[in-house]
Design a protein around this ligand. Structure first.
Ligand code: SF4
Length: 152
């Protein structure tokens, strides 16, 4: 990642009441073990209860967040386009827009730029390359996901 085009930083500031990145049907949010522990605790459920209630699995068995059956959008996005679990949201959501697949090329980045107003906003602040690198790492880690939950 050294020498990446974003290494000197990129301007960004997530815009309140936007929610565009979550308002896409068919998005897949992979979950890490820490994600499900944190969100289950917030929901006052055991991890097993939480996995059963709000999660499903990909064809290869990794746990992901469930989407609405009607529109394919994340079950936590409310009518005001706000995340119902924002304080404890999954690592992958936190890492947006700094996903490896978005940063891979100028072409993929321009696509993200045209859909995320936070990247062109007047109040956007410089996010340092080092911080972006940590987000990329965290996104990669959660994409690996997990397939089996074992209580400690
Ligand atoms: S699309 Fe961009 S500005 Fe809008 S909620 Fe997502 S990250 Fe924030």
């Amino acid at each position: 990642m050294r020498g990446a085009w974003w290494a000197d930083g990129v301007h960004f500031s997530c815009q309140p009441d936007c929610g565009r990145c979550c308002d896409e049907p068919g998005g897949i949010v992979y979950l890490s073990r820490n994600d499900v522990k944190r969100i289950a605790e917030h929901a006052k459920l055991s991890v097993r209860e939480y996995l059963k209630r709000d999660c499903t699995t990909t064809l290869d068995g990794r746990y992901i967040l469930r989407s609405n059956q009607s529109d394919g959008i994340c079950i936590y996005l409310d009518g005001k386009k706000q995340c119902g679990i924002y304080e404890v949201r999954p690592q992958q959501c936190k890492a947006f827009p700094w996903w490896a697949e978005n940063l891979r090329s100028k072409r993929s980045w321009n696509k993200v730029k045209s859909s995320c107003p936070g990247l062109t906003a007047e109040d956007a602040i410089l996010i340092r390359g080092e911080e972006i690198r940590l987000h990329v790492h965290s996104d990669r880690q959660s994409t690996q996901g997990f397939r089996i939950w074992e209580d400690a």
